[in-house]
Design a binder for this molecule. Structure first.
Ligand SMILES: [Zn+2]
Ligand SMILES: [Zn+2]
Length: 213
């Protein structure tokens, strides 16, 4: 599978716009195309997607992690150019979206084959869990429920091997010791410390970062 960061606080290539917020595009073999979160500004989201060759109209599934503006801000602009995607929204986020197929998420569910939601943890935020041949890939928006709770919920689907996304104030660095890959970006406060504890697992984030798993 391939994860492309299309919205992040930093950018890894010129021509891409960094901005506070998070969004990533997931391409998984034989699976609908998924956009996880939509960043803060629609214009910035669509610019970065275009620069990275991601067609917004071809997104099949939109998953929103939680109701904060830096994850939902680009949603309306995206829906203007995409009429067909199914939305998986945490129940704490209730935008008015006429004529859209919306799945309200509270408990853990299968979104499509090999792709799951942890469910809306602490009634705030869902994370994505993707089953791959080398273990589970977990995608986090801000990790408000805590990395511990997210990894525990994901572990009900198998062994977690990778964690990608915003980790907020996370500092229980030992929790990551059994993972193969960590890309902590967006709101992660302690990036340098996470990298220092796990230099062998660390992947630097930023708009334009592509992770193949
Ligand atoms: Zn955030
Ligand atoms: Zn947040």
């Amino acid at each position: 599978m391939k994860v492309t960061l299309v919205y992040d606080n930093t950018a890894s290539k010129t021509g891409l716009l960094p901005d506070h917020g998070f969004s990533c595009f997931l391409e998984i073999e034989n699976t609908p195309r998924i956009l996880f979160d939509t960043g803060t500004r629609g214009e910035t989201l669509l610019h970065n997607m275009q620069q990275l060759g991601v067609d917004p109209a071809a997104v099949d599934i939109i998953v929103i992690s939680h109701a904060h503006w830096d994850h939902t801000g680009g949603l309306n602009a995206l829906l203007r150019v995409n009429q067909t995607a199914i939305l998986y929204l945490p129940s704490s986020f209730r935008p008015s979206l006429p004529d859209r197929r919306v799945v309200e998420v509270t408990t853990p569910i299968e979104i499509t084959s090999n792709v799951f939601s942890t469910g809306e943890l602490m009634r705030v935020e869902q994370s994505l869990v993707i089953k791959t041949n080398t273990g589970l890939v977990v995608i986090s928006g801000c990790a408000h429920p805590g990395v511990d709770a997210i990894l525990k919920a994901a572990s009900s689907y198998g062994k977690v091997s990778a964690l990608i996304g915003g980790l907020h104030g996370f500092r229980e660095y030992d929790l990551l010791k059994d993972l193969d890959l960590v890309c902590a970006c967006h709101c992660t406060a302690n990036k340098a410390q996470i990298e220092a504890h796990h230099p062998d697992k660390w992947v630097e984030g930023g708009v334009g970062t592509i992770i193949e798993l």
